[in-house]
Ligand binder design. Structure first.
Ligand code: FAD
Length: 298
């Protein structure tokens, strides 16, 4: 059975930062795996600026920030292995990895889990009606538009005004689409003030607070949503062909479920808690990588 001292799962900002820090702290046997084809995690699909201010002292796009992190990693001897998914891990520190159709067991001394987070789906809300085509989470929409150049629809309603919802409202607008409204159940936007300013106000996109979607209409394809005004209880139906949900993120540490608290397991980045800013995910992972790297260097 193959083995390594430090196995890091997830090559997003957190995993890459942890690997580079662990190497710098003296650990010389590091394997960094990711199920994706390319490293960077969520960053390569984030074409907007807003990354890396604390880390590199300037505002970068997601791909630019990834490139700098990978340059940092490239100065170390940590091995990066893409297309490798962690399926399970046992108490005796054996990871089951899937790579291009074959399974491998790998023994490790310590694991840093940096598997990021996943989006809450529409199923998390009690919304009546059909589930036709034309409903996307904001992350799905971002990936399809930015990386696959897909055309998702023309008349867009966005449910949720966290940063992801705000960023996608601007993205659709820049694509020439009509963002009818961003709907938010709270009294103010959930995202950072800078994103409200840059993504919503700058493009005069309507942000409707204290509203939510109560029903989805459409057979085959979305044709409208019923919106409730939460303070008055009044309802209206808005015609649209696309509903984008930005309902929040949930740390994803499914692969190590039940093993949290083991002394050989650390969590870093968004799988530990959701970080709004990439720099704080990277900084946390750097701290953890340094600590574990020192322990494994002796
Ligand atoms: C749409 C969006 C916009 C954002 N905009 C900004 C911004 O403008 N400025 C800013 O500072 N921050 C922004 N953030 C936040 C920032 O991107 C994140 O905090 C940070 O990228 C999280 O890094 P991570 O490494 O923890 O997770 P991720 O980037 O999600 O990386 C996790 C990696 O783990 C891999 N993985 C998961 N499960 C497995 C498994 N079982 N086996 C192998 N690999 C696995 C995934 O493939 C992925 O590559 C944004 C986030 C999103 C979602």
């Amino acid at each position: 059975m193959r083995g390594c001292k430090l196995l890091i799962v997830g090559a997003g900002a957190a995993g890459i930062s942890a690997a580079a820090a662990a190497w710098d702290a003296g650990c010389r046997d590091i394997l960094l795996v990711d199920r994706g084809i390319r490293p960077g995690g969520i960053l390569p699909q984030c074409l907007h600026e807003g990354f890396g201010m604390a880390d590199f002292g300037r505002e970068l796009t997601g791909p630019e920030y990834t490139a700098l992190l990978l340059t940092r990693l490239g100065r170390t001897g940590a091995a990066l292995q893409p297309e490798t998914e962690l399926l399970s891990v046992s108490k005796d520190r054996i990871a089951v990895l899937s790579r291009r159709g074959s399974l491998e067991q790998l023994h490790f001394e310590h694991m840093i889990l940096a598997t990021g987070c996943r989006e809450k789906s529409i199923g998390a809300l009690c919304i009546a009606g059909t589930r036709p085509a034309g409903i996307f989470t904001a992350g799905q929409a971002q990936e399809r538009i930015n990386l696959r150049n897909q055309d998702l629809g023309d008349e867009i309603v966005i449910l949720g005004s966290g940063d992801l919802g705000l960023i996608m409202a601007r993205r659709f607008t820049l694509e020439g689409k009509h963002v009818i409204a961003v709907l938010e159940q709270e009294a103010q936007a959930g995202g950072m003030a800078r994103n409200v300013r840059r993504c919503i106000k700058a493009y005069s996109i309507p942000l409707r607070c204290r509203t939510t979607v109560r029903e989805i209409h459409g057979e085959g394809r979305v044709c409208g949503v019923t919106v409730e005004h939460l303070d008055s209880g009044a309802r209206e139906t808005i015609s649209c062909d696309t509903l984008v949900t930005a309902l929040g993120l949930i740390p994803d540490r499914e692969a190590a479920r039940g093993l949290e608290g083991s002394e050989w397991l650390s969590l870093a980045g968004n799988c530990s808690r959701v970080h709004d800013i990439v720099d704080s995910a990277a900084a946390e992972a750097t701290r953890i990588g340094t600590l574990i790297g020192r322990q494994l260097s002796v």
